[in-house]
Design a protein around this ligand. Sequence first.
Ligand code: NDP
Length: 327
Amino acid sequence: MFKAILIEGSRGDQQVALKSVEETQLPEGDVTVEVAYSTLNYKDALAITGKAPIAKTYPMVPGIDLAGVVTESDNPDFKPGDQVVLNGWGVGEKHWGGLAEKARLSGDWLIPLQVPFTPRQAMAIGTAGYTSMLCVIALEKQGVKPDSGDILVTGATGGVGSVAVAILAKLGYSVTAVTGRPEEEGYLKSLGAKQILDRAELTEPGKPLARETWAGAIDVAGGQVLANVCAAMKYRGVVAACGLAAGMDFPVTVAPFILRGVTLCGVDSVMAPKADRLYAWKRLAEDLSPELLDSMITEVSLDDAIGAAGQLLEGKLRGRVVIPVAG
Ligand code: NDP
């Protein structure tokens, strides 16, 4: 038997509890992993609270990330004792995930734990942090450089936002952090933000084109916030959009794109190819200060993860949640 958070029931009528599960119930896969650490991402919080249809089948073990040790493997790339990391691939949505003491998965989804990270640090980064790095890489690929001008990061006290602020600042960019929590100014400045912008300034419908302000932006919000960000980009500015914390809609005009040559890059971490993942993790090792990563962590036990999911969606947690799983 092993402990797992289990989502049971059906869409719209789900029950979530920490339960003991028979090992024979583990799904199919060629690698079995003893989970050392997991984490709570926005998507995990949606799955646990049922606020969005993340679990595609029931029962489901949530958890889109895990770090642990291989205990059994029929996959030529992994052997017992190997330390591995999983981010995404539909795990925690369509396939049992990381908020459990054991997981059985396809070895094709795993990457070796990357030097110099510990399993705890890998989960402090998690999908949120690896997505931040994908967003930074997207800006770089489009030619945004530290001397291009100011970079905007929305949802800055959240997981993606915190890591993005820290990486960009370390790379020498001048970062403006957008937050709905002005009381976190000290935290955001400690991560390297130069300026703080009140989220309220981006939530109301604005003009198709606003004053040219940002050379680049990383947006976790979507909705009206993303529309206003696009309207305020400099000529040939670049926006990396990865989230929907403000909503799925996107009430923008074509003006920023056809009159200012703004580029909107969509960023997806879930199905990103392995080579992109390995490059992002390599860059995280180079461009994210371990001390700043430490300052982002709230540690929550597996028993308390269900309650923490609600807190995360209410904006009561900041930075990254780490969940020690191994007993
Ligand atoms: P968090 O909950 O850690 O952070 C989200 C932050 O967004 C909050 O802390 C808050 O920051 C801000 N926020 C909350 N509500 C609103 C709102 N109504 N309008 C604007 N900002 C808001 O989540 P994550 O950082 O883990 O994820 C952020 C988003 O990115 C989510 O939508 C998630 O689904 C998405 N995501 C997408 C991925 C992909 O592959 N595309 C991968 C990972 C995440 P503050 O209080 O500072 O304003």
